[in-house]
Design a protein around this ligand. Structure first.
Ligand SMILES: NC(=O)c1ccc[n+]([C@@H]2O[C@H](COP(=O)([O-])OP(=O)(O)OC[C@H]3O[C@@H](n4cnc5c(N)ncnc54)[C@H](O)[C@@H]3O)[C@@H](O)[C@H]2O)c1
Length: 267
């Protein structure tokens, strides 16, 4: 089996850094004409250099996904250059939080506007093109916070829970056009969003003790899932959430398996 994405056209939001950057570079390295969107021009400029160095096809567009007019401008440019859109990865996200009682309204709005409304606006803009093609893949970044939220993360968790149901409804609406819509829940991937790798060894151990695989995930593992979900091999998967969190949701107290295995593993 060989995943072949060559010649497809993809849009990746939040591609300036973190998981989105890795997704954009991986798709581009697979021969996908990749349009990398981000609100941060400096990060996109750096990414542009990497595209040039590797002679990847595609381009970078500064775009705040909260603004429909900015999205429309990008879509027009993609239509003009490539005439189609095969893959939309709604990766852009923010994760600011605080206890509900003292949570500023602006912080609530920011999470909703970027994580949930921004994904909605992107889909709205891309749909006429995918419907015309009678094909397309839409992939939305959810989070395991959509199922097991963290304290102080009400706004983030609510926005990501919204993504799960948004995904399901859209998948249902787009079935007749052969467009699949799925979301994925990345687990603990240390990035600038969460700064997990900067935490104290004790805190890191506590976090890792929650994972069946007891290690941080890496961005490449998410990018590989995206390649699979965007490929022809995933043609019968729609309206679901793929958990890619190292088994965070698999069992209670996964640490115990490591204690039991310690003798056999000689650790
Ligand atoms: N890292 C994890 O372990 C993890 C876990 C669960 C879910 N996620 C989700 O995965 C996605 C990527 O996470 P990450 O850790 O790489 O985050 P990150 O903060 O490193 O990257 C997010 C990117 O989104 C961009 N962005 C923010 N607001 C934007 C806007 N209005 N318009 C366009 N771009 C905007 C940022 O500039 C940044 O480049 C997010 O949706 C996040 O919620 C990540």
């Amino acid at each position: 089996m060989h995943i072949d994405l060559r010649g497809k056209v993809a849009l990746v939001t939040g591609a300036g850094r973190g998981i989105g950057r890795e997704i954009a570079l991986t798709l581009a390295s697979e021969g996908v004409r990749t349009v990398a969107m981000d609100v941060n021009p400096d990060h996109l400029a750096e990414l542009h250099q990497v595209f040039v160095e590797h002679q990847f096809e595609g381009f970078q567009q500064v775009c705040d996904i909260r603004e429909y007019s900015e999205i429309e401008r990008v879509i027009q440019e993609v239509e003009h250059q490539y005439g189609r859109i095969d893959i939309l990865v709604n990766n852009a996200g923010v994760a600011s939080g605080g206890l509900v009682e003292s949570l500023p309204e602006e912080v609530w709005d920011l999470n909703m506007d970027v994580n949930l409304k921004g994904s909605f606006l992107m889909c709205k803009a891309v749909l006429p093109i995918m419907k015309r093609q009678k094909s397309g893949r839409i992939l939305n970044a959810a989070s395991f916070a959509a199922m097991i939220p963290s304290l102080g993360g009400a706004a983030y968790a609510a926005s990501k829970a919204g993504i799960v149901h948004f995904t399901r409804v859209l998948a249902g609406e787009l079935g007749p056009w052969n467009i699949t819509v799925n979301c994925y829940a990345p687990g603990v991937i240390p990035t600038d969003l969460n700064r997990f790798a900067d935490r104290s060894p004790k805190e890191q151990k506590e976090l890792l003790d929650n994972l069946s695989l007891r290690r941080w995930g890496n961005k490449q593992e998410i990018a590989h899932l995206i390649c699979y979900l965007a490929s022809d091999y995933a043609s019968y998967i729609t309206g679901t959430m793929i958990d890619i969190s190292g088994g965070k949701l698999a069992t209670q107290v996964p640490r115990m398996a490591y204690e039991w295995a310690a003798n056999e593993l000689n650790v």
